[in-house]
Design a binder for this molecule. Structure first.
Ligand code: SAH
Length: 355
């Protein structure tokens, strides 16, 4: 590792901003998260946040059943690939593949993961998988059964803000100099009006709109591959199914929301996913948008209550924990309403359940 790589990311950003001016939020977020995910295993009760597959095996199992169901109704095509984007500890893949195997679905497994630290954990949970740095090296033939849970929210976003003088990019600047310089939001000087959709241009001053070109690129690529190769995809994340304005940039550390600028590289920086935009991008590529359901509604339609009851019968000593997990995953005041499930499929493939 060079000094620069091992050094303090905050110091690096301070130097960069002093020398060349404010940096984009996307730049700040991309560097911070690359460092964050590479330095440790952030998931689980001992880490910074808990994700659905870490709460209960029911989550991954129902996703495996969903994939097996569309694959069977598509006529059990050969050479199917299970693809997961940002698989974390590999828990979802392990649970989903175990459930799918009971229906005769034994796909090759492809994990798209940039973190070297997390790849090690995935290796232990998903032996025999193939790893990829991005989607470009995924196989070009054979249907794709793709899952991404809490992946899109970690991709860099751009923010534009409406000012009296027109639209500008919201950037990260510095207040004060040297070691004590604090990162603050600043307004860029370049006019950005042409980047704002016509319908939103007249928004009142102070309005912020967010977009994630990186998330859009992922959906564009996945939808194109579904059309070319066949298959179906599930994107699960917190976000909104209708368009909206405002900043949703946030940072989480040790299960608490913290200032996104406080310690770059040491907290998870995320933003809400704009499912409305992403579904339109998928459709523009010819893929079928199956719908965007709430996580709670989708899991219930897939039978999470029956699955919880069966698990409790076979392990009564865990009944309380199973009930708590069900509540956490599916109830509206927990993850059930904020989290959404967006389904996509190749146009010739069956509609998946739950939408
Ligand atoms: N899906 C897992 C982990 C979610 S955390 C779960 O539900 O538990 C986000 C995951 O995406 C991590 O595995 C992280 O290393 C990975 N990730 C973040 N940015 C990425 C990128 N640009 N390319 C590939 N993986 C990325």
């Amino acid at each position: 590792m060079t000094m620069e790589e091992s050094g303090d990311l905050a110091a690096m950003f301070r130097r960069l901003i002093l020398n060349t001016g404010p940096v984009s939020i996307a730049h700040f977020m991309a560097e911070s998260n690359a460092r964050y995910y590479n330095s440790a295993d952030p998931l689980g009760s001992a880490g910074d946040f808990i994700t659905a597959p870490e709460i209960s095996q029911m989550f991954g199992e129902l996703i495996g059943l969903w994939l097996a169901d569309v694959w069977m109704r598509a006529g059990r095509p050969d050479h199917a690939h299970y693809v997961e984007l940002g698989p974390g500890r590999g828990t979802l893949a392990r649970d989903a593949l175990r459930a799918a195997r009971r229906y005769g679905l034994e796909p090759r497994v492809h994990l798209v993961e940039t973190s070297v630290a997390l790849r090690d954990v995935q290796f232990a949970n998903v032996p025999g998988a193939h790893w990829h740095d991005d989607l470009s090296t995924l196989p070009a033939s054979g249907p794709i059964l793709l899952v991404a849970n809490e992946f899109l929210d970690a991709l860099p976003i751009r923010q534009l803000v409406s000012t009296e003088a027109g639209w500008r990019e919201r950037k990260v600047g510095l207040e004060g100099t040297g070691e004590s310089g604090r990162f603050i939001f600043v307004t860029g000087s370049q006019p950005m009006d042409s980047a704002v959709p016509e319908a939103q241009r007249d928004a009142e001053p102070g309005t912020i709109i967010e977009s994630s070109p990186a998330a859009a690129a992922v959906i564009y690529e996945v939808a194109g591959r579904l059309e070319q190769q066949g298959g179906a995809a599930l994107f699960i994340d917190y976000g909104h199914a209708e368009e909206r304005t405002g900043s949703t940039l946030q940072a989480v550390r040790a299960h608490r929301k913290v200032d996104p600028f406080a310690s770059p590289g040491q907290a998870d920086l995320t933003a809400h996913v704009d499912f409305a935009v992403l579904s339109r991008i998928a459709e523009s590529r010819g893929a079928k948008w199956l719908g965007t359901a709430t996580q709670g509604g989708w899991l219930r339609q897939l039978g999470i209550e029956a699955r919880a009851a069966a698990l409790s019968r076979s392990a009564p000593e865990h009944a309380d924990a199973i009930r708590a997990a069900l509540h956490r995953l599916a109830d509206d005041e927990q993850m059930g309403a904020l989290f959404k499930v967006m389904g996509l499929a190749a146009s010739g493939w069956p509609d998946g359940a739950g939408f």
